[in-house]
Design a protein around this ligand. Structure first.
Ligand SMILES: [Zn+2]
Length: 292
C-alpha cells in the first residue's frame, strides 16, 4: 500500500514509518495516522511519532486543505507512536486534544510515562508533553459538523484508557492498538480486558473499514476475520505463558518472557519490559485455561 491513501469520502490514511532500537539492531515499524475531513475542520486520529507532522501537513496541502484546518486530535491512547507529533501539531494549530481520562497523565507528562513504561528511544519518538482539553467516555458522540458523528468506544486492555472510534453512518472503525496482530510482539496490560474489547468491536455491525494503528486497513468481512485472528492470538499467547509457567514456577518475568517468545517462534532476545507486562497480565489469570 502507498504511504497515503483516501479510504472513504471523509477518511484518509497516512502510514508513518519509524525505527526502534531492539537488542539485535534497529527494527522497522510503522503506525497509521487517520484524518477525517469535515467541512469545518479536520480531525486526526493519533499523530504518529515525532516529526510525523511533516507528512500530515504535506498531505493536507496536497489535498487542498490547510494545516490550520486541524481542529481536533483524538488520541486512541498515550503510547509514544500515537502522541509523538501531537505537541508540535497543537502548537501550530491550537487544535483541541481529546483522550480517555486514564491516558491523560501520560500525555500531559511524557517523562512520567517514560519512567513508568520505559521504551527505547522514547525521547526521539515523542516531541513532548501537551495538555488534554477534552476527556472522552464510553458511548459519547462527537459532532464534527456536516453530518459527521464519531462515537467513542472504550476498549481497554492494550492500555488502561485505550479508545476506539466509530464514524457513524459510514461504519468506519478506528481501533488504535486494541486488536493484537499475530506475528507481532503481543503488547498489552490486561488480557481479559483485551478480549472483552475485541468482542465489543466484533459486535459493531456492518463495519465497512477497520482502521487499526499498527496493522493495515481492512474492509468488510475481512475486518471481522482480523478481530477473530486477534482473539486467537491472545489465546495462543496465553497457552504459551501457561506452558512456560508449568515448566518452572519460579521464573522471573524476564525469563518467562524469553520462554514465551521462544514458544511463539520469536527470537527470545526480543524480551523487554513491555513483553514482561504482557506475561504478567497472563500470569494473573493463569488458572483460566480458555480466555476467549
Ligand atoms: Zn500502543
Amino acid at each position: 500500500m502507498k504511504t497515503t491513501m483516501q479510504i472513504d469520502r471523509h477518511v484518509h490514511a497516512i502510514k508513518v514509518p519509524f525505527r526502534i532500537l531492539m537488542p539485535h539492531g534497529f527494527a522497522d515499524r510503522f503506525v497509521y495516522v487517520y484524518l477525517i475531513y469535515g467541512t469545518q475542520g479536520v480531525c486526526l486520529i493519533d499523530t504518529g511519532v515525532a516529526s510525523a507532522e511533516q507528512a500530515i501537513f504535506d498531505y493536507l496541502r496536497s489535498t487542498g486543505r490547510k494545516v490550520s484546518d486541524i481542529s481536533l486530535i483524538i488520541q486512541t491512547h498515550a503510547h509514544p507512536d500515537h502522541i509523538g507529533a501531537s505537541r508540535t501539531i497543537k502548537g501550530e494549530t491550537a487544535c483541541a486534544v481529546a483522550a480517555h481520562p486514564a491516558e491523560k497523565a501520560w500525555i500531559e507528562n511524557v517523562q512520567l510515562q517514560a519512567r513508568e513504561r520505559p521504551v527505547t528511544d522514547f525521547d526521539t519518538l515523542v516531541a513532548g508533553s501537551l495538555a488534554v482539553n477534552r476527556l472522552l467516555e464510553d458511548g459519547e458522540v462527537f459532532d464534527l459538523g456536516c453530518g459527521l458523528k464519531l462515537k467513542v468506544l472504550y476498549t481497554p486492555g492494550h492500555s488502561r484508557g485505550s479508545l476506539s472510534i466509530l464514524l457513524l453512518g459510514y461504519n468506519v472503525l478506528f481501533s488504535g492498538d486494541a486488536i493484537p496482530v499475530p506475528g507481532e510482539l503481543p503488547i498489552y496490560e490486561d488480557v481479559l480486558a483485551s478480549v472483552a474489547s475485541i468482542k465489543k468491536l466484533k459486535a459493531v455491525q456492518d463495519i465497512r473499514f477497520l482502521l487499526p494503528s499498527w496493522d493495515e486497513p481492512s474492509r468488510g468481512a475481512m475486518a471481522y476475520e482480523r478481530m477473530d485472528a486477534g482473539l486467537e492470538y491472545l489465546q495462543r499467547v496465553h497457552d504459551a505463558v501457561r506452558r512456560c509457567s508449568q515448566q518452572s514456577s519460579d521464573r522471573d518475568l524476564q525469563e518467562s518472557s524469553e520462554c514465551v517468545l521462544k514458544d511463539l517462534g520469536f527470537p527470545p532476545e526480543l524480551a523487554n519490559p513491555l513483553m514482561a507486562r504482557t506475561c504478567a497480565a497472563h500470569l494473573k489469570v493463569r488458572n483460566q485455561k480458555i480466555i476467549i
